[in-house]
Design a protein around this ligand. Sequence first.
Ligand code: BES
Ligand code: ZN
Ligand code: ZN
Length: 508
Amino acid sequence: MGRRIGWVGDTMQVTISSGNNINGTLVLPLFEGVETLPEGFEGVPLSLKSQINRVLEDGDFKANANTTMTLMGTDGGKALLIGLGKASKAEAHTYREAGASVVTSLSKMHGNELTVAIHGASTANKAAFAEGMMLRDYSYDDYKTQDKDEEKPNLAARINCEEKEASELSATIERLSAVVSGVHLSRDLGNCPPNDMYPMAFAAKAEAWAKDYANVKVEVIDYEAAKRHGMGGLVAVGMGSARKPCMVIFTLNGDIKGRHPVLVGKGITFDTGGISLKPGANMDEMKYDMGGSATVFGTMHALASSGYEGKVVGITCMAENMPSSNAQRPGDVITTLSGKTIEVLNTDAEGRLVLSDGLWKAGTDFDPEYIVDFATLTGACVVALGHEATGLWSNDDDFRTRLHEASKDVSELAWPMPLLPAFEKEMTDSKIADTRNLGGGRWGGANTAAAFLKQFVPNRGEGDDAEQITWAHMDIAGTYWGAKTNKMVGNGATGIHVRTMVKFITGE
Ligand code: BES
Ligand code: ZN
Ligand code: ZN
């Protein structure tokens, strides 16, 4: 369990111990109003103990949520106090954030060995604290030549617990560690600079990853094959780049029979806008435009490495959107895998073009229980929801509610948005094609994009029995990077929704 591949950053080592011994720095989570060090500690040097008691008694450490204080005993020993806020408001995410805040506050003086002593917390909340530490213990320094020479030792944390909860806590932390490695994989993929992260490079990483698992298969549909199959959306977006597009299909537990989830990801490894060129400011951020594909790859890794036994398929639509003499033009009409045509009115609305082929492939080559797509699709979604929530659309209200609930459960908020017939009408009233990739005006741009995608979700069955496959769309333009209030992340790609999908698919 928790196997990792070479280039996926190792998560910190977390162990558990049923006892009260302290090794290294004592990490002490505390609620507001606690005035003395809880009973039952062994091995806390006397002067450190009295220091802790003094700051608590004097109210110098108020234990407001996510505040920290470091204390050093004169006869040795160090402690890091971490506030949990009001006991009455505490929930799993309180502990997750506190764990993350500990890692944020660490400096050289704390050393690499921590012992966490959480008194009175449930097993689930202890695990959430460990999860927060593991999630936040991430940095992307592959391109820092100095750091490499220094060889930083990995952080090791021990969580003290009671004898009777030891085996449950250890199993939960092991599972969470596998999921965290999926989040970190998504972040690694997103943070990778676009000169090294291009469609076939992503595919090569997927193929290398699959070698580690007997129950995983990765298929790469390269540019030539995509053209042969009629993937007109993927080809049109990718053909302007020297680095050609491809589709990568991940299958976990392919031998299992029956309907299964299919995840689809937008994987634009760099979005210049194409001939409808974007303005220069912050264009570097468009390296994150493959965030949807990273979410899919990260989720596949989280599921595979945590030993999930159900069948899941992931499809990523990889292309680099470049202006060139081979690039598509505004005004072009393309024919997608579905046979439906699209009038391309703006080459910067490219995500929906590659997804049109991915969604159709999902519903026609497989038998999905449901399809969920992830895409950094529209600036309009960032206007609507800021960096605080992903936009969530679905053709099934109950399904949308269940996804919303799963996202809340793991504190990766996805907020319900409307899929209205008027938006569909707007996207299908091209004078010369079946659909158009641009709305009639600038309003509701995230909704018109979602309504466009819906045109490419296949039906199940024929004639009067035909019913569209259950589908949801998640616009992660505001949440895949730049989310400053996300305490699990220092900077760069967030790896959002790997945990949401693990929760939704496995129930855990
Ligand atoms: N990748 C962008 C969306 C985006 C923009 C994500 C800013 C995050 C931050 C997408 O391909 C795009 O350019 N969309 C256009 C659509 C428009 C031309 C209809 C947009 O949002 O402006
Ligand atoms: Zn674009
Ligand atoms: Zn884009």
